[in-house]
Design a protein around this ligand. Structure first.
Ligand code: HEM
Length: 481
């Protein structure tokens, strides 16, 4: 059963002998390098620091190039040579099918071309009101935390980003912030946990063994419920579109809003003159739900944490808010206000450098490619270790320092800063994410002063599907008067 795999893996290893490899054990390779006590993030950091920014790791039959080298990032991300995602992404397929994140080849190319206009600024502009309305609910919720010694902010932000992504992707309000216990919200949490269990288990990684586990049946149930919701929203939305395009009622009986969501654009789009099938639409909508939720919550929460610990930066960010909003500090924030927040832009950018939600981006080489005169054979996995490059002092001097102005004073080496990946398979939602984050950060900054929690809180980073903190992100909120 494993014979051909071992043989192929050994062959790949031989062809990659030009690389430094991490010394390992027969058969299991470097599996033991990844302990249970430390998180995989620190293991990857340790390996790149010890063996260099491009190193070969072996997990049983898998040969993987782990890289924190920005020149290699450019080769992998910036060209068409290595467009395919690694097999780790297959775990997501039960929920996402082959939506944009997980698809390959011609399907990815056609869908990417079709979906790109949905992220045009003229469409994103319409979402600013959705950020604003959900931001108001967030502020209300946070008001009950004011003056407490310590508030865990991530759980609030995670519900806010859930509301935002449901409304922008599907056009429905799930009111996650008000009704935390909604079935849909619980299912999204649970599916994330199930994917994690699988990714970090030796036996559940194997499809056959996984089918013998309880998680497999849980996953089937949760995925069916998630799909049912998306399908029913698609049906309702399609009917709505057919019925009356000029109906400007804000919310109908099912909670569906008449503002254009990504789903509406998908319903009206065509590829080679053909409309997308219901399944294809479902895959893309679910992909937005997945790609646009935990990533943004981590990014916003880490930024708030950094602001609470860096009062000088927070002061400059708040000064900018005062300049933009003047005497009417609590008025609604517009698209043009967001574009004026240049310093907040740098704050968010620097936060994504220190805490990139996607710490590793995976690729698979599907045909032999040549890099700097050496062959990387088909079948090799590649792990683009974004966190490693972002924390390399050769790329960013004094890398642990939160210094938003660093991007204005020193030039950034191309591809050394890749929180949204780069090149043809970069994050399609990045402009959306930046707008959403700035809207949320601006609102919080205008309402509260962020102070370090008491007792002082130190993060315990954990690289799950996105980078998080095991012990949450704590701070103290004080009302600004
Ligand atoms: C701070 C927030 C975000 C971060 C850090 C982030 C990061 C990334 C990264 C690193 C990738 C590349 C993954 C890979 O190559 O395997 C990616 C892809 C993607 N992201 Fe995001 N993302 C964010 C927000 C969003 C949002 C809000 C959406 C949707 C509304 C979104 C949708 C997608 C999609 C569909 C892809 C796949 C693109 C493709 O393969 O063509 N992301 N994102």
């Amino acid at each position: 059963f494993f014979g051909p795999k071992w043989y192929k893996s050994a062959e790949i290893g031989r062809k990659l002998s030009w690389l430094t490899s991490v010394p390992g054990w027969p058969i299991i390779g470097n599996v033991l390098e990844f302990g249970v006590e430390t998180d995989v993030l620190y293991d990857l950091l340790r390996l790149t620091r010890k063996y260099g920014n491009m190193v070969l790791i072996k997990f049983c039959t898998q040969q993987c190039i782990l890289s924190a080298d920005y020149e290699f990032f450019e080769f992998v991300l910036g060209t068409q040579h290595v467009l395919e995602k690694s097999s780790d992404y297959n775990y997501f397929r039960s929920w996402l099918g082959t939506g944009l994140l997980t698809s390959r080849g011609i399907k990815w190319k056609k869908h990417r071309r079709m979906i790109t206009p949905a992220f045009h600024f003229s469409i994103l502009e319409n979402f600013v009101d959705i950020f604003e309305e959900n931001g108001k609910i967030l502020i209300k919720k946070l008001e009950s935390e004011v003056n407490k010694d310590s508030t865990e902010i991530y759980k609030f932000i995670n519900l806010y980003t859930m509301d935002v992504i449901c409304e922008t992707a599907m056009g429905v309000t799930v009111n996650a912030q008000v009704n935390e216990d909604s079935r849909y919200v619980r299912n999204v949490k649970e599916i994330g946990q199930l994917f994690m269990n699988r990714a970090f288990s030796i036996y559940k990684g194997n499809d056959l063994l996984y089918m013998l586990s309880l998680d497999y049946y849980k996953e089937k149930k949760v995925v069916k419920e998630l799909h049912d919701v998306t399908y029913s929203v698609i049906d309702a939305r399609r009917k709505e579109l057919e019925k009356n395009r000029s109906d400007d009622k804000e919310v109908d009986d099912t909670g569906i809003k008449s503002k254009k969501a990504f789903l509406d654009i998908l319903l009206q789009s065509t590829i080679d003159g053909m409309r997308l099938s219901k399944e294809e639409i479902r895959e893309e909508v679910d992909t937005f739900m997945f790609g646009g939720h935990d990533t943004t919550s981590s990014a916003i929460s880490f930024t708030l944490y950094l602001l609470s610990k860096n009062q000088d930066v927070q002061k400059l960010a708040f000064d900018e808010q005062k300049e933009i909003f003047g005497d009417d500090i609590h008025r609604n924030c517009t698209y043009s206000d967001l574009n004026e927040m240049k310093y907040l832009d740098l704050v968010f950018k620097e936060s994504l450098r220190i805490f990139p939600p996607a710490t590793v981006i995976g690729r698979e080489v599907t045909k032999d490619v040549e890099y700097k005169g050496k062959i990387i054979p088909a079948g090799t996995d590649i792990s683009i270790f974004t966190y490693g490059a972002h924390h390399d002092p050769k790329n960013f001097p004094d890398p642990e320092k939160f210094d938003p102005l660093r991007f204005t004073t020193t030039g950034t080496k191309p591809y050394s800063y890749v929180p949204f990946s780069a090149g043809p398979r970069n994050c399609i939602g990045q402009k959306f994410a930046v707008l959403e984050a700035k809207s949320c950060l601006s609102k919080i900054l205008r309402n509260f002063e962020l102070q370090p929690a008491s007792p002082e809180h130190e993060l315990e980073l954990v690289s799950e599907m996105v980078l998080k903190s095991k012990n949450g992100m704590r701070m103290k909120l004080v009302n600004r008067k």
